[in-house]
Design a protein around this ligand. Structure first.
Ligand SMILES: Cc1ncc(COP(=O)(O)O)c(C=O)c1O
Length: 444
């Protein structure tokens, strides 16, 4: 074991529970004793499963998790335990991962606009790998970090992803100029990087970017660089129902790598998957603090309810699967409902036009797929406390973490008396390419 995560960092759970079941149980318990209106339940086993799935689908690619996507302690510790690296966007993120003992060579400082003070901080803490895509960034690094190992970011704007990366990356024509400038300033350029933008679902966009990266590598070679790192960025889909698409993307990347960076060519391939790792692992609950009936006849309403949720609006994207804790009951009609965050926020709209039963103050709503870009600073929450996060993992997932570290699993009889999977099943053993060491009775 690497020692980043221990059994005291999470609750070991029984088989057959989903994160939603655990959250519902927790709400029953905590509602009596706590006045908090929001909770997260994090299934760390889900992240273990995603990691193993990634390694299986993209065996040549090592991962650096972007801390900005979810900086919660349990996630960072688990990924460190699994041997992932970290893509940090700031001094604070570098400090966070360094504080738990992650070595500098597992940290990639990859903000396209870096503060000089943060570059110096990276330099003084031995963090060398970073990106640049323009002359200003290059000069800042040349002046402040003599040992930096730079990746040149190329534009990947042809991606039709949900949030295209229009802001960053140099065109191929500009790349040559930047590489020449880097030579003049004696900056070591060790590879090429691209990021297709978040939630990219187009396998072709990845293949095309790998092809472009190869052209940039050729340019580097012509200029005398020994480039040996290709960074294919993030953007891999995160919800469980996009698994097939992830595998399609992985197949396209593998083919492109075989063609443009064949095995044995000396190029190490890295990626920065954020939402892929954490989206489906987190389930969120928020309580209703106020409600208002919008009478029929009022503009835009048809007997509609507005419900206001406790400190949730800074977190909640509008496209999540939302459901009340209460089970739907055929006797209870549903109403077109809107959800709002607390007053005082400019952007308080969470969702409109949801068909929900009539909610009461104190009712809980459950939101699934809430792990990416939802753990935010309390300033963004307008002074409301950060929701409490409870981490859970099944015994089988925990064993997989240990197995992954080369530690033998416990004896059969020990395992039987202990807890069983939350979300990891056959596929972990299958992924690890070892005979199954447990008998799951269900896979969620
Ligand atoms: C530079 C960079 N790399 C990686 C990521 C991770 O993206 P995702 O969470 O979609 O994988 C982001 C997200 O915004 C990013 O800006």
């Amino acid at each position: 074991m690497n020692g980043y995560l221990g059994e005291s960092d999470f609750t070991m759970v029984e088989e057959g529970f989903t994160a939603r079941d655990l959250l519902e149980n927790l709400l029953v318990e905590l509602c009596q004793t706590s006045d908090q209106g929001t909770y997260f339940m994090a299934d760390l086993g889900d992240i273990v499963k995603k990691h193993l799935r990634f390694l299986k689908a993209l065996p040549r690619v090592t991962t650096y998790f972007p801390v900005k996507c979810n900086s919660s302690g349990g996630v960072v510790r688990l990924l460190a335990e699994l041997g992932a690296g970290f893509a940090c966007a700031s001094k604070a993120e570098i400090a966070q991962v360094r504080s738990i003992g992650v070595p500098a060579d597992k940290i990639f400082y990859c903000n396209p606009c870096k503060q000089v003070a943060h570059i110096k901080y990276a330099a003084s803490h031995g963090v060398q790998l970073m990106t640049f895509d323009n002359e200003v960034e290059l000069s800042k690094v040349a002046r402040s970090h003599p040992h930096a190992r730079m990746l040149l970011g190329i534009a990947a704007d042809f991606s039709p992803s949900a949030c295209p990366s229009v802001k960053f990356g140099a065109t191929l024509t500009y790349c040559r100029h930047l590489l020449e400038k880097a030579k003049e300033q004696a900056v070591e350029v060790v590879g090429i990087s691209f990021h297709l933008g978040s939630h990219c679902l187009d396998p072709q966009a990845f293949s095309q970017s790998v092809a472009e990266a190869q052209l940039a590598f050729e340019m580097g070679t012509e200029l005398g660089y020994q480039m040996h790192i290709l960074d294919i960025g993030g953007g891999f889909p995160g919800p469980e129902d996009t698994r097939a698409r992830f595998e399609e993307i992985a197949a396209a990347i593998n083919s492109a790598l075989d063609l443009y960076f064949p095995e044995g060519c000396g190029v190490e391939v890295v990626a920065r998957p954020g939402r892929y790792y954490v989206t489906s692992a987190f389930t969120f609950a928020a309580s209703v603090t106020a409600k208002e009936e919008v009478p029929p006849g009022q503009p835009g309403s048809e007997g509609r309810w507005d419900a206001q949720l406790y400190d949730a609006n800074a977190l909640l994207p509008c496209d999540r699967s939302i459901s009340p804790v209460q089970k739907p009951c055929p006797d209870h009609p549903s109403y077109s409902s809107s959800l709002r965050g607390p007053p005082g926020h400019a952007e308080d709209r969470i969702a409109d036009g949801l068909e929900l039963p009539e909610l009461q103050v104190g009712d809980w709503l459950i939101f699934e797929d809430m792990g990416a870009y939802t753990i935010t600073t309390s300033s963004l929450l307008g002074g409301c406390p950060q929701p409490q996060i409870t981490y859970a993992m099944s015994r089988v997932a925990w064993e997989a973490v240990q197995l992954f570290q080369g530690k033998p699993p416990q004896a059969e009889e020990d395992r039987e008396s202990l807890c069983t999977p939350l979300s990891c099943g056959w596929e972990i053993a299958e992924t690890l390419c070892v005979p199954p060491v447990f008998t799951p009775t269900g896979i969620i």
